[in-house]
Write a protein that binds this ligand. Structure first.
Ligand code: TYD
Ligand code: MG
Length: 450
């Protein structure tokens, strides 16, 4: 009989420890360890298999594995040009964000490949209804409502799919392990089994995973090690936009972005996001500015909104949606100190329109401009846009790939773009129709904005 072993796992980061500890040595969280039974087969000492020979890196013959076209340009781009057979991709996101919808859509629209879509969350009837909403076609897409991983593999052996979708890893369980589904040891075991299956049968596997309240994937360390790519699906549920990004990708660049819109009949690809995001704004109001950002490889124009008003509290409020609050506090402090723009006793609210979350430092200048516009209650010409970082001394710093930002702004009909004095534009002989305004510091910006 196999020996029963137990271990303790941190429920925040998945760190494994032989005894209980109060504070996790890996993530520092307190009181997060729980005991779980892990049943290991006895180590197979006698059978080490053939020992492998090491090769010089140049002598290795590359295996050519053509990528699978998922028929979704955004997903293809985020994956780095399509899905690799035998790879295992984790799709994470909050409940209700649209992970099942995205995967079912992919499963239905890939016509030349066989897909097995297994769900532990919904019944076959429910999935059928959803498929009808999405525009059910005669796709080779099999549906299986199952939570036992051995049964899933039995079906997979019969169907031999090119793509296997598992919704979700938290509902799966394996008989080898004695704990409930969703526990860390089950997740670990099921992910390992899926990985073995993917590599042995050369099937591409998508695993859907829910995100815990604090924004991390449950059991993130375990899953992120096992899988080849980690995709995150996010967005504000009250807006229609959803963003797909790669946090890890063994076969392509991370930082790529896919933008979708959730409609009644499923997720639709947003091909020119800047135009969609900018079409909904009122150009006669103060407190808005447009930032020329870059997400992944794509330029994206986003609207920044600020509201500055007299505070009724002793400590004025600073609030930010879609942007780091600490960075907003820093920009407010820089504005006060370097330009004498008094914000003491004033509430400052900031919002990135469309429910987007931006981390590109190039939005700094647009945020500052929006705050100035709202604080002074002046409307800046709406054909202005901004692309630069703001430093602690109030200097306006260059950002990467400024030419791409200028081109996008010009394409969308902007007339002026504010960039750093020190930005270097390499293609000297290119004629820009858009006026490029170089600014040195915030003082200079205020003067040029008028
Ligand atoms: P779902 O894919 O079930 O989310 P997840 O798997 O991430 O938990 O999506 C749920 C939401 O999507 C639900 O609130 C309804 C909405 N939705 C639409 O707006 N249009 C559609 O065509 C579909 C299928 C869902
Ligand atoms: Mg779901």
């Amino acid at each position: 009989m196999a020996k029963i072993k137990t271990a303790f796992f941190c429920s925040a980061c998945g760190y494994e420890s032989p005894q209980w500890v109060g504070k996790c040595p890996s993530c520092g969280a307190w009181n997060t360890f729980a005991q779980e039974i892990i049943q290991r087969e006895p180590a197979n000492v006698g059978n080490r298999g053939f020992s492998k020979k090491a090769h010089l890196v140049g002598d290795i013959v590359p295996e050519s594995k053509p990528r699978i076209d998922t028929h979704d340009i955004e997903l293809n781009r985020v994956l780095g040009g399509g899905l690799i057979p035998g790879s295992i991709v984790l799709l994470g996101g909050e409940p209700g964000i649209g992970k099942s919808t995205l995967m079912l859509q992919i499963a239905l629209f890939i016509k030349d490949k066989t897909v097995l879509y297994t769900s532990g969350e919904e019944s076959e009837q429910q999935i059928h209804l959803r498929a009808q909403r999405l525009g059910l076609t005669k796709a080779k897409c099999y549906i299986l409502a199952e939570t036992n991983i051995s049964n899933i593999f039995d079906s997979a052996k019969e169907i031999k799919p090119d793509i296997l979708v598992v919704d979700s890893i938290q509902t799966l369980f394996s008989d080898n392990i004695d704990s409930t589904s969703g526990s860390l040891s089950q997740i670990k075991e099921c992910a390992a089994l899926l990985q073995r299956y993917a590599k042995e049968t050369n099937t591409a596997v998508f695993i859907i995973g829910h995100i815990t309240k604090d924004g991390s994937l449950a059991g993130p360390k375990i899953l992120e090690h096992v899988v080849d790519a980690v995709l995150q699906f996010e967005g504000d549920r009250n807006y229609g936009y959803r963003i797909l990004r790669a946090n890890k990708n063994r076969f392509g660049a991370t930082g790529e972005l896919g933008i979708y819109q959730m409609l009644d009949d499923g997720l639709k690809v947003v091909e020119n996001p800047s135009e969609v995001l900018l079409s909904e704004r009122d150009e006669t109001l103060s407190g808005t500015a447009i930032a020329a950002t870059i997400e992944g490889l794509r330029p994206l124009m986003v609207e920044v909104q600020a509201l500055v008003g007299k505070s009724t509290y002793a400590v004025p409020q600073r609030s930010s949606t879609g942007f780091d609050l600490r960075r907003l506090n820093m920009l407010v402090a820089v504005l006060e100190k370097r330009c004498g723009f008094r914000l003491f006793g004033q509430d400052v609210f900031m919002n990135i329109a469309g429910g987007l979350r931006v981390s590109d430092p190039a939005v700094d200048l647009a945020i500052v401009a929006a705050i100035i516009s709202s604080g002074k209650d002046v409307v800046f010409p709406h054909k202005n846009c901004f692309a630069a970082e703001v430093g602690l001394t109030g200097e306006i710093r260059p950002v990467q790939r400024v030419e791409q930002r200028i081109s996008e702004a010009e394409k969308l009909g902007f007339e002026r773009i504010f960039i750093s004095q020190y930005s270097s534009i390499r293609s000297k002989n290119k004629e820009w129709k858009i006026e490029i305004v170089r600014t040195r510091n915030l003082f200079d910006l205020m003067k040029k904005l008028g």
